[in-house]
Design a protein around this ligand. Structure first.
Ligand code: PA5
Length: 431
């Protein structure tokens, strides 16, 4: 269950402003649930947790098992909402160092020629047993026309065809919209297996659809636990929305008070990619008509040694949201050392997780005393179910918060501008 502590942020806003923000958030939450806000045709991410599709979960689990039995490498080819959610969960729960099962690699999330060359070279090298690598690929693109993904997919598809011949087709799965788009033409022509991303769910709200679930299942994680973690959070918010409303209200009141940057910080480095997913979810949803909190992601305590000075002592326009993990499944005890040259014997016998927790508590206190409003969101542990709950919590909080701003959370008109300029330079027809 997600627990929220806003006491060290509330002192930075007027009580009436917070009360007003709470009131606005309540109305916004009703707008999301009743589909009466902006962009109601994109709120399918609520419907899927309201009525879970167990058959779809089963289909994903079945395909993931088949791929896991044979694959050395599974390529997730997508950008933005088409890969960040999967990566967030896989990095949070997967091993830090290569473990059992297929290695998950990413492509189509930029256009680095060097990366694509090195990836092709890596795929062509033998596996650990000295045999040719068994490679599977999941191309994910709702529109089916995104340049980064299409370009990487063309190159990788070519590599797969050259390497496996006609057998390449059974190694490729595509996740895209029901119809239309260039990717659907390729799927039909090549006979790839396809999963559908429903039209009423946008990319950054799609992690609990096949977009995120297939790669997460291939990584060996329990997608049913993840999905039902989200279902539980939906049920909790439906009957007791207080935590969500307090969270959206304090962000809104701080924004109204002039704060402009929201630092999402965690002392668990495995959650850094989760921060990346949140960064896209909030950034692309909020940043409309010159509004919104800029989402920064800090991985502590690493970043205390690079950005800590700025947070403690830089311009006072930032708030900080800590994502706190209360328990760890993998602790370590600091050993006693007879020589004690490093002076660490005062910590001997203590758990590293407890020491890290003290670092969080000290940082929270110092930043608060330095003039930074701090919010803490606690999860009991990093597990499929707690991440599922967090995913739904942040999706809903984002939609509610953007409604508070009077904007549509589900479109991204500003992203088109770089594409237009790029297409013109590339000489694309009708650009
Ligand atoms: O959230 C979004 O809608 C975007 O970030 C998209 O996911 C991203 O632009 C990729 O689009 P597509 O899935 O159409 O390739």
């Amino acid at each position: 269950m997600i627990k929220l502590n806003t006491t060290s942020a509330e002192t930075f806003v007027q009580a009436e402003s917070l009360e007003h923000a709470l009131h606005t958030s309540k109305a916004s939450l009703q707008d999301v649930f009743n589909k009466t806000g902006k962009g109601p045709e994109w709120t399918g991410w609520v419907d899927i947790v309201k009525s879970p599709n167990d058959a779809l979960l089963g289909e994903i689990e079945q395909l993931a098992r088949t791929i896991r039995e044979d694959a050395d490498v599974f390529i997730v080819c997508g950008i933005g909402g088409s890969y960040l959610g999967a990566r967030a969960v896989i990095d949070a729960l997967g091993p830090f160092f290569p473990g059992k099962g297929p290695e998950i690699v990413y492509a189509g999330h930029h256009m680095s020629a060097r990366y694509l060359n090195e990836l092709a070279a890596y795929l062509s090298q033998p596996n650990r047993e000295g045999k040719p690598k068994s490679v599977y690929l999941n191309v994910i693109s709702k529109s089916g026309t995104t340049t980064e993904t299409a370009l990487a997919f063309r190159i990788l598809r070519d590599w797969m065809k050259q390497t496996y011949g006609p057998e390449a087709a059974r190694r490729i799965t595509a996740t895209t919209s029901a119809g239309g788009g260039a990717l659907n033409k390729i799927i039909q022509a090549e006979g790839y297996r396809k999963f559908v991303l429903p039209d009423d769910i946008g990319g950054r709200f799609s992690v609990l659809t096949p977009v995120g679930l297939l790669p997460i299942a291939v990584a060996g994680l329990d997608v049913r636990e993840l999905f039902y973690g989200a279902v539980s959070e939906y049920e909790r918010v439906s009957s007791d929305p207080e935590t969500l409303l307090k969270y959206t209200a304090i962000r809104h009141a701080l924004y109204t008070a002039g704060y402009r940057i929201d630092i999402n910080a965690s002392f668990e480095p495995a959650l850094k990619s989760f921060g990346g997913w949140m960064q896209q979810l909030t950034g692309e949803s909020e940043g409309k008509n010159h509004k919104g909190l800029y989402p920064a992601v800090h991985a502590y305590s690493t970043d205390l040694h690079s950005l800590g000075q700025m947070v403690q002592d830089g311009e006072r326009n930032m708030l900080e949201t800590f994502l706190v993990v209360d328990k760890t499944h993998s602790d370590a005890i600091l050993p006693y050392d007879d020589d004690n040259y490093d002076g660490l014997n005062y910590l001997a016998g203590r758990s590293v997780h407890d020491i890290n927790t003290k670092a969080y508590q000290g940082t929270r206190q110092a930043h608060h005393e330095g003039g930074v409003p701090v919010i803490s969101l606690h999860i009991p542990e990093v597990s499929e179910s707690s991440l599922g709950a967090l995913i739904f919590f942040f999706e809903l909080a984002t939609a509610v918060y953007v409604y508070n701003l009077g904007e549509n959370p589900f479109d991204q008109p500003g992203v088109e501008d770089y594409k237009k300029a790029m297409f013109k330079l590339l000489g694309k027809e009708n650009a």
